[in-house]
Design a binder for this molecule. Structure first.
Ligand code: GUN
Ligand code: ZN
Length: 439
């Protein structure tokens, strides 16, 4: 029996289920715990005293006492090619796409620009404690290649795909139904299932694909039993009206995707704001997931996500930063925004629920909860080390906290990249605050 190769000591928290359903039985918490890692995966987790008695005394032990160790964050919706237009002023969705997004994405025809941006993007995720992301590339196949390659070098779990877009966009960003399908298939053959990388069929949204392209995307998704699919749904009221004009035969925006076979397990839809109960029931019944992107929804003035109804109907939900419409790579800041969006909607988000959404809940929405999202034995050992005293204000506010729940809430309201002391991928250090980034 091989001995654990690595261990990390600190205050350890992870989720076994959803606290919205199971309360305090949903998580395991060790005030002073040790997580033992063998071959990049979790070997064992327990109180430090018990673990010290059984681990070899010469084990490589990362001592993070005083800090909080959580599973790496899972960002279920983000656009790497929008890194350079984050914080662009003044528009709602459709005008923002034309004015800022499409010109920025056109630059990804240049593979050198794509590679440099992909490297920056992956480092920025790790700096923020995000170890798994489901990301949009651009219409250019080489842009997906660049992101896969950057994630592979960092051993990250990453899902992406070439955007499918054959109408209602600038000429230089347009593919065709046939070429988009062929390029997607070539990328799947080359990247899907390689190390930790997975492919997502990526029709941008119903408005930028012809029926022919929508049909091929649904067929491709159905052909491979383990492919993902990502798109956008019911984000903005103007968008919803436009989709209704483009597809008068559909009952609703969701029904467009349904008609083309794009719902099902491993399909993830960003936003999902302007839906009705029948839509949410259909998403639950098909196993389709929602990515709640609160920072983006506030920034573009899109609307308020209804978490209570999604939960009540049993829809899988994860959290997405949606950079560049979202204004932060930080999942902590995004959880803070989620709390505020739900406040505006008259709903409550507990700190435990928020951290569940950012870890196990996100993993579950991507159907990856058997591999990541918590510290059960055998899970891939991706984790983040959070510093509750990262800033003078946080240290001062933490001193007044009486419970774990309060401390988690302060972390998500006041924390950002400064609170990420270290990020580990497959057990190995991938980012450490104050150290130069790994090359
Ligand atoms: N809908 C279609 N494309 C996009 C995009 O790039 N960002 C957002 N927020 N919504 C979209
Ligand atoms: Zn998006």
């Amino acid at each position: 029996d091989a001995l654990p190769l690595r261990a990390v000591r600190g205050e350890i928290l992870h989720f076994l289920s959803d606290p919205a359903e199971h309360g305090a039985a949903a998580w395991q918490h060790f005030g002073d715990g040790i997580l033992a890692i063998r071959d990049g995966c979790v070997a064992e987790l327990g109180p430090a005293q018990d673990m010290l008695a059984k681990l070899p005394s010469d084990i490589a032990l990362d001592d993070h006492r005083g800090k909080l160790v959580l599973p790496g964050f899972v960002d279920t919706h983000i656009h790497y090619a929008q890194t350079d237009i984050i914080a662009s002023h003044g528009e709602q969705l459709l005008a923002w796409l034309e004015k800022y997004t499409f010109p920025a994405e056109a630059r990804f025809a240049d593979p050198v620009h794509a590679a440099a941006t992909a490297d920056f993007f992956c480092d920025e995720l790790l700096r923020n404690g995000t170890t798994t992301a489901m990301a949009f590339a651009t219409v250019h196949a080489a842009s997906a290649e660049a992101l896969f390659a950057a994630a592979l070098r960092r051993r990250m779990r990453l899902i992406t795909g070439k955007v499918l877009m054959d109408r209602n966009c600038p000429e230089e960003l347009r593919d065709t139904a046939q070429a988009g399908d062929a390029e997607s298939r070539a990328l799947i053959a080359r990247w899907h299932g390689r190390e930790r990388l997975l492919y997502a069929v990526t029709p941008r949204f119903a408005g930028t694909s012809t029926r022919g392209q929508m049909q091929r995307a649904g067929r491709l998704f159905a052909e491979h039993p383990d492919l993902h699919l990502q798109s956008h749904l019911a984000e903005n009221r103007g968008e919803v009206e436009w989709i209704a004009r483009l597809y008068p035969e559909a009952r609703s925006y969701l029904d467009v995707y349904d008609r083309f076979g794009q719902l099902g397990e491993r399909s993830i839809y960003a936003h999902c704001i302007w839906l009705d109960r029948a839509d949410r029931e259909r998403m639950a019944a098909t196993g389709s997931a929602m990515s709640f992107c609160p920072s983006s929804n506030l920034f573009l003035g899109s609307g308020l996500f209804d978490l209570a109804q999604a939960r009540a109907l049993g829809v899988r939900v994860g959290i997405g930063t949606d950079v560049g419409a979202g204004t932060s790579f930080s999942m902590l800041q995004t959880l803070g925004d989620a709390y505020k969006v739900l406040q505006l909607a008259g709903q409550r988000l507990s700190a435990a629920s928020a951290f569940h959404l950012a870890t196990l809940g996100g993993a579950r929405s991507l159907y990856l909860d058997g591999r990541i999202g918590n510290f059960l034995p055998g899970r891939e050992a991706d984790f983040v080390v959070l510093d509750p005293q990262a800033t003078p204000l946080m240290a001062r506010r933490m001193a007044g906290c009486a419970s774990l729940d309060e401390r988690l809430f302060v972390l998500m309201m006041l924390g950002d990249d400064r609170a990420v002391a270290a990020t580990h991928v497959m057990g190995e250090p991938a980012w450490r605050r104050g150290a130069p980034p790994p090359d």
